[in-house]
Ligand binder design. Structure first.
Ligand SMILES: Nc1ncnc2c1ncn2[C@@H]1O[C@H](COP(=O)(O)OP(=O)(O)OP(=O)(O)O)[C@@H](O)[C@H]1O
Ligand SMILES: [Mg+2]
Length: 141
């Protein structure tokens, strides 16, 4: 399965958990989609599936959050990244080489750092307020 239709945030969590089961770890997941498309929601579902007990949120100033589940879980949100050189300063390349799972929102802001074997997922709003399409896509970077 490489395309799902989500009807609610909790459905997106469920889809993320299903997607998680298909991953071979270590894995880098690049999430694509506009503001409010559901990238963080999908990340929360992945984190829960990875055994993370703490709440995963969308921090305003932290670009990288680390959690420990059954495996290490990294949540990276590059929305506020100033430029590629800031990504190097943050040591982003090191996070992309670690074990476990690394999920990146707004990966296009550091396209040159995203490993070629990353799995790319696109989330898009549907016509209805709660509808989202979630697709595994070819590398768009
Ligand atoms: N089916 C759905 N799946 C996910 N989120 C949904 C769904 N239906 C409604 N929503 C709402 O859409 C919003 C998604 O927000 P979220 O923070 O996950 O988006 P995002 O893509 O991470 O945005 P940003 O680019 O700002 O980080 C939430 O308010 C959530 O309640
Ligand atoms: Mg987000």
């Amino acid at each position: 399965m490489n395309e799902w239709i989500s009807s609610s945030p909790s459905n997106t969590w469920k889809i993320a958990a299903e997607f998680f089961q298909t991953l071979e770890l270590p894995a880098v997941i690049a999430l694509h989609g506009n503001l409010g498309a559901g990238k963080t929601c999908f990340t929360q579902g992945l984190a829960q599936a990875a055994g993370v007990k703490e709440p995963v949120c969308s921090p305003t100033y932290t670009l990288i959050s680390e959690y420990q589940g059954a495996v290490p879980f990294h949540h990276i949100d590059l929305y506020r990244l100033g430029g590629p050189e800031e990504a190097y300063d943050l040591g982003l390349d090191e996070y992309l080489e670690t074990d476990g799972i690394t999920v990146i929102e707004w990966a296009e802001r550091a396209a040159e750092l995203i490993p070629p074997d990353a799995v790319h997922v696109r989330l898009q709003r549907g016509d209805d307020e709660q509808i989202r399409t979630i697709q595994i896509i070819e590398n768009p970077l």
